[in-house]
Structure formats: structure tokens, C-alpha cells
Design a protein around this ligand. Structure first.
Ligand SMILES: [Ca+2]
Ligand SMILES: [Ca+2]
Length: 213
């Protein structure tokens, strides 16, 4: 009974933040391991957050390693303007968090299919060759699944640059890299999310727009 009350208190605390799971943990596990080998205490992170299960031998499915060492993030050190179709769930989860190089801050919004726009300063049109997403701390059902990346030079007329469907992320804080077939050069880039993995919210912790080093 005491344990159950503790869980209820934990859930009541977390309910204050609408981008944290609000259902009770399944079973009575006190911690969970992610595919990255990080262990989380149950407060705020529940079993259904992780959509992968351990393999028969007890090890966890591992995301493919990603090498971005040949790239430089064009949004680093640039005072771009970041906007989105939908405000973050609260002041701590706004869209600028996608470009702060901190995986512990995220854009989380009560919209499964938002768009996110990065506007470089006037005259800056980096030649993007690839881009990357990093998932956030919880709730795999909020991960992106299908999207279109677009470019523009006036913020009005958009050209499709890349489209992805059926993308799966195996773990929290996982990075996936998407290479463009040809380099593109625009002042505005917009990610139009077409589907997530079934959650009412969408979230990511980081987006990077890469140029070659
Ligand atoms: Ca960055
Ligand atoms: Ca961040």
C-alpha cells in the first residue's frame, strides 16, 4: 500500500508537467534500462516509455552508431530565428531547445504533427548535406516517424529537400543521421512532421543541420 501511495504521489507531482507520462508504471519495477545502457529510476519514466524489449539473452537492442565527425552543424554559433507551428507544452519546453546542443532540453508540444523552422540570418545560406535528430528523455510514442524537410529563400515558397517514412528510434537520446542526395543551400529550413509514433505530443531534444567540414 505504501508503495502504491508513493507511486500516486509521484504521478501527482509529474502531472504538473504535461509532457511527462501521467499513467502508473506497469508492474513494480523500480528502474529501467535503455538501449544506451542508462538506468532510470521509476519516477517519471514508465515501462511503456520504452518500446523495445531486451533480447532473449538479456541484452538490449542497440541503435546503429552514427558518425557525424565529417560534418559541422550550421546552426551552431549562428543567431538564427527558430519558430514552430505550435508552442511548447510549457516555458521550459519551447522550440529553441532543439538548437542548444543540450540533450536534456527538448521541444515538446501538444501537437503530433507540428512544423519547425530555422531561419538563418540575412545572406547566410549554408550548403546543407545532411541533418540529424536526437530523441528526448521519455515517451517513444512522441518520436518522429514521417516528415518532409523543406527549404526556402523567402519563408513563403518552399521546396522539398528530403522525405522520410517509417523511421524507428530504439532508444532515448538516440541520434539518427539523414544524408541528402545532393547538397542544398537555403536561408530557411522547415521540418514538416507528418506522423509521430502515436502519442498526442511530438518531441525531440536536438536537430542539427550539417555542412561538410
Ligand atoms: Ca547544434
Ligand atoms: Ca536541446
Amino acid at each position: 500500500m505504501y508503495k502504491y501511495m508513493t507511486l500516486l504521489l509521484g504521478v501527482a507531482f509529474l502531472a504538473g508537467c504535461c509532457c511527462t507520462e501521467s499513467t502508473l508504471p506497469i508492474g513494480n519495477k523500480s528502474s529501467y534500462k535503455t538501449a544506451m545502457g542508462t538506468e532510470y529510476v521509476s519516477a517519471g519514466l514508465i515501462e511503456k516509455t520504452w518500446k523495445t524489449d531486451p533480447k532473449v539473452d538479456g541484452t538490449w537492442p542497440m541503435p546503429k552508431p552514427v558518425d557525424t565527425s565529417m560534418y559541422k552543424d550550421a546552426t551552431d554559433g549562428v543567431k538564427g530565428v527558430v519558430t514552430a507551428s505550435t508552442a511548447g507544452s510549457n516555458a521550459k519546453e519551447e522550440v529553441g531547445n532543439l538548437f542548444d546542443n543540450n540533450q536534456n532540453t527538448k521541444y515538446c508540444t501538444p501537437n503530433a504533427t507540428p512544423w519547425i523552422q530555422y531561419q538563418f540570418p540575412a545572406g547566410v545560406k549554408p550548403a546543407i548535406v545532411a541533418y540529424a535528430f536526437r530523441t528526448a528523455n521519455d515517451a517513444a510514442e512522441r518520436d518522429p516517424k514521417e516528415w518532409v524537410l523543406q527549404g526556402s529563400n523567402d519563408g513563403k515558397a518552399w521546396t522539398d529537400i528530403d522525405a522520410q517514412k517509417g523511421v524507428e528510434f530504439l532508444s532515448r537520446f538516440e541520434v539518427q543521421l539523414f544524408k541528402l542526395k545532393v547538397a542544398v543551400s537555403y536561408q530557411y529550413y522547415r521540418l514538416v512532421v507528418k506522423a509521430n509514433h502515436g502519442g498526442e505530443h511530438f518531441q525531440l531534444s536536438e536537430i542539427e543541420l550539417f555542412v561538410n567540414k
